[in-house]
Design a protein around this ligand. Sequence first.
Ligand code: C2E
Ligand code: CA
Ligand code: CA
Length: 444
Amino acid sequence: MGRACTAAASYRPHLRPKDETISIIEDAKRKSIRAGTTIFREHETGDFAYLIETGKVELSADDEGRKVVITIVGAGDLFGEMSVIDNSLRIATAIAIEDTVVIPIGAELFQEKLGKSDPMAYMFLRVLAGRYRWALRRALDNQNLNSAKTMMMGGMDTRYMRVRESAINRLRIEQDLREAVENEQFLLYYQPIVAIDTGVIAGFEALLRWQHPERGIISPDEFIGVAEESDLIIPIGSWVIEKACEDLPRFQDVFDQNFMDQSKLFMSINVSPKQIDKLSKLGRLQAILDIHKTDPTTIKLEITEDILVTSPEAAALALDKIKKTGVELALDDFGTGYSSMSYLHRFPLDVLKIDRTFIDAVNKDEKGLDIVRGIIGLARALRMKVVAEGVENLETLNKIRNLDCDYLQGFFASKPWPLDAMLASLARHCRSRANAMAERKCAS
Ligand code: C2E
Ligand code: CA
Ligand code: CA
């Protein structure tokens, strides 16, 4: 994985901390099975269902000493799922008839997912599982192999096929993500945040990327959701904080060569709701700050509105603890979530980031501009700094400039880039800004 891998290598202990490892990770790696291998036998207890990536598997049942082949399943098919639904014994024997690669889905993980689902859906599934076994046994007893085969495949109507495809995709991403955690396939891009009054870079936002071995760089929008649902966000999120803290002094060194007298560059880091609780409890954040000798006032953790609205009491407690480390808190994507202003004063927030949708709207009409003006007024009343997100052109900047906004972030200033490219870009920026300032001083 080149540079990203080398950079990540020293982070192995933090990417997979022992206390935060999810049990299923250890067991649920892709498995290669040779042709002729029996994967499981009828009447055994079953701990895993399997999704076939490549190859073919024969499912058969015993009929008074005679093997009856029920069906042959292939790439994209699931088998062995009955036992993980209701912990019952296997109803068929599974043999790989080609060299086969499967993703095992552990009963523990599956039961956990079922436990979180709608109780009605869970109940229906359990009842259906019982009836299915009975019907399958009957079909086999009556030698009705066609209906046994249809049952094994779970039906083929288009709606089901769509659901099946999306479930399989979801499972693949989760599986790949587990491997990414193990193999350290992540890297950070950095995007500058610029002080509007001076035009000088004031800090950076760290933005996660997944360097997939086959698909290349994958954007966080494609995998953060799955990482959050599967709890993988905990080790991944810790790695992000560590890596950003490690890289920050490199940016600060470049900056300080030109702007010694200005306040230190800051680093903004996105954190998911699930991380907040862990970060506050385990003293993990403090430990990371200590390891990297990071000045906490140069770190801004970006949180989103949902955590403040869904469990405000717990959030207030956790955020207060986090604030005690000295880091700042930024409210990200403001306006896209619940947009309830009533909760803002209850939390120790330092920065408000106005979402791109509002910033885009300043060019549409007066109303768009009024809304942003209103949000900035609100932030000022609460003594929060304000960042305008997603500023893409000069026209937008000129509108925002008159609104007393502190910072801008967006493609107009720079797209996010990997560490080395952004360090080089920062050096160029610092030189040109320092020269411009010196010339202005001479002229006045
Ligand atoms: P975000 O926190 O709102 O980050 C800003 C996103 O807007 C970034 O997308 C950035 O590339 C994009 N962006 C910045 N300026 C502009 C602009 O002028 N125009 C347009 N169209 N887009 C702009 P990215 O890097 O794809 O990240 C997407 C989201 O993924 C982030 O949105 C954040 O919610 C999440 N994310 C990224 N890194 C992490 C992470 O380490 N942890 C967590 N939990 N979430 C992350
Ligand atoms: Ca953000
Ligand atoms: Ca944002």
